[in-house]
Design a protein around this ligand. Structure first.
Ligand SMILES: Nc1ncnc2c1ncn2[C@@H]1O[C@H](COP(=O)(O)OP(=O)(O)O)[C@@H](O)[C@H]1O
Ligand SMILES: [Mg+2]
Length: 262
């Protein structure tokens, strides 16, 4: 299986902190890979590095192409899509327009659109992405009319409308109730099964253990375990570091509201 994403020895330092420390992760076509770990483990920073928002050392390849020195918008054009822990929507645009934010918009808005995903450009891809997430009925709604959970789903739809090679999701289930979370899980599985390589960060262990093909567990920036959900569930290091005492505290990520500035 050829990897869509392959990182080798990927590392990010913030001053003295090794936020991501020699991380090797591979995600293949059709694969859904979970990235879990306690708060501050480096999960978001890993996605920031892959999508071009922080500098890293080591290697990251998309479809075999080295991503080094490629700015975020170029990576987006090559097929890297991501969502953010806090979903930003343009409040004066409808849901459909939020997905379509087009190139003829002012430069800053076009840039902002590229940062969250290459504008899909065509209404068909936009509407299909909304349908895929079960929120087709919201296509003409305004962001102010949406629940927190629906805003999250629109954020995921926006990334999917890019028809990405690799979809990176940063806690898409945060703020969803159990039923919504299960529903999202079912749909993410479908998206992966249709071929899209997907990297999923989430604190909902039920969700991650149920839908992922492989799980990578980070602690203090390092991979402490990797394998199938069954392997990871039984791993003594994981039980100790994360599944044991950490679940309750991990449920509330104090970095949820972090604004990622560039
Ligand atoms: N922009 C930044 N500047 C300095 N330190 C940061 C920055 N972003 C994250 N960190 C630190 O890097 C580590 C990993 O954070 P993060 O990737 O947000 O973890 P997670 O997403 O797993 O909760 C933490 O120690 C965090 O405080
Ligand atoms: Mg995070």
């Amino acid at each position: 299986m050829t990897a869509v994403l392959q990182t080798t020895g990927l590392s990010v330092r913030f001053g003295g902190v090794r936020a991501v420390d020699e991380v090797d992760v591979a995600v293949a076509e059709g694969q859904l890979v979970g990235l879990i770990g306690p708060n501050g483990a480096g999960k978001t920073t890993f996605i920031d590095a892959v999508t071009g928002f922080v500098r890293y050392t080591g290697r990251a390849e998309l479809d075999g192409h080295d991503l080094a020195r490629m700015p975020p918008h170029t990576r987006a054009r090559r097929g890297l899509a991501r969502t953010w822990q806090s979903t930003e929507l343009f409040d004066d645009l409808s849901v459909r327009e939020n997905l379509m934010v087009a190139a003829e918009r002012p430069a800053w808005l076009a840039l902002a659109a590229e940062l969250v995903g290459r504008p899909a450009g065509d209404a068909a891809a936009t509407d299909a992405a909304l349908e895929l997430l079960g929120i087709g009925a919201l296509v003409d709604a305004m962001p102010s009319e949406l629940t927190q959970g629906q805003r999250k789903l629109v954020g995921v739809a926006r990334a999917i409308a890019m028809r990405p090679r690799l979809l990176c999701l940063d806690e898409p289930a945060a703020g969803l109730d159990t039923h919504e979370s299960q529903e999202l899980g079912r749909r993410l599985r479908q998206i992966a099964d249709s071929g899209t390589a997907t990297l999923l960060i989430d604190h909902d262990m039920g969700l991650v253990l149920t839908i992922c093909d492989l799980i990578v567990v980070l602690e203090f920036g390092k991979v402490i375990a990797a394998g199938t959900p069954d392997e990871v569930r039984r791993d003594p290091l994981v039980v100790k570091a994360y599944l044991g005492g950490g679940v309750a505290s991990a449920a509330v990520d104090e970095r949820d509201q972090r604004e990622v500035s560039t």
